[in-house]
Design a protein around this ligand. Structure first.
Ligand SMILES: C[S@@+](CC[C@H](N)C(=O)[O-])C[C@H]1O[C@@H](n2cnc3c(N)ncnc32)[C@H](O)[C@@H]1O
Length: 266
């Protein structure tokens, strides 16, 4: 199955910013806690977007690693390269489409990661076998994605606002099922870690900003909701009405991100 999905830079950066301003926990701390990061490693981050995880690894290892980020989106890669220059880091960025053979050698990386991206792959066994191919024997794969309970409040509000069923999301419907079992079938040791992060909104505005940045990016995944651009604005105002009502009643909105992290050894 092919997913008609293209991340936009502004929406991705907006969501990252809202996670850091309204979240109770920091996902970067969780990742640094569970990832086997060591100086001298070769690291590839697939679906790197604007480079968030690449820069995290770089800073944690004080630049003492060979780090490459790959993404299919040229605009995000350019943003990542500009940030790399601006902050004087030495991360490399390359075009990489995880639906095609990765342009990197076999058995090369100590760690290959893929954060909030793998579930857009058209053919999961193919993509996971590419991860496996490029990781050294004994090296590790890490991938993160939403668990089925992720952002329950977000979907509840959309359902209440529209009366429409939520379409299956590639992340929460594939990550802990098809993706986890495919990794288990190829790698020798596999572990699932869970990260929960409540985002607390005491006013409607940041919740609406978050919703806008999620729905517009995923708009093509929500075909049953959006036939034309007027639908988007109409649905956003219905969502705002429900969010306002809930804030008036409960004083705040708490949307909990429930993220899985799959760690696998080759
Ligand atoms: C939600 S963003 C996550 C970006 C980054 N890992 C982060 O956490 O900030 C999903 C990323 O997957 C990338 N992506 C989607 N399809 C892809 C493909 N076929 N090959 C490589 N990357 C892809 C998008 O361009 C986007 O950068």
């Amino acid at each position: 199955m092919t997913y008609d999905y293209q991340e936009t830079t502004d929406d991705l950066l907006k969501r990252i910013d809202i996670h850091s301003r309204y979240g109770g926990h920091n996902i970067d701390d969780w990742m640094l806690d569970i990832l086997p990061l060591n100086p001298g490693q070769t690291i590839l981050d697939v679906g790197c977007g604007a480079g968030k995880q690449c820069f995290l690894y770089h800073d944690h290892l004080d630049g003492q690693a060979e780090i490459t980020g790959g993404d299919v989106n040229a605009e995000l890669l350019e943003k990542a390269r500009n940030e790399n220059l601006r902050l004087e880091k030495d991360v490399k960025f390359m075009p990489l489409d995880f639906d095609r053979p990765f342009g990197v050698p076999d058995n090369y990386f100590d760690l290959v990661s893929c954060c909030f991206a793998i579930y857009y792959a058209a053919d999961i066994p193919f993509t996971i076998s590419e991860f496996h191919r490029v990781i050294k024997p004994g090296g590790m794969m890490f991938t993160s994605g939403p668990m089925p309970a992720n952002k329950k409040l977000f979907y509840d509000i959309i359902t209440e606002a529209t009366g429409l069923p939520i379409p299956p999301m590639p992340g929460s419907s594939r990550f802990s099922t098809e993706i986890f079992s495919t990794i288990q079938s190829l790698f020798s040791r596999v572990k699932l870690e869970i990260f929960e992060n409540p985002l607390t909104f005491e006013s409607t505005d940041p919740f609406i900003e978050y919703t806008r940045a999620s729905l517009s990016e995923d708009r093509k995944l929500w075909n049953s909701f959006f036939q034309d651009k007027d639908d988007f604005n109409r649905i956003m105002s219905q969502i705002e009405t429900v969010a306002n009502r809930r804030i008036e009643k409960e004083g705040k909105l708490v949307m909990t991100k429930v993220v899985g992290g799959i760690l696998a050894t080759k």
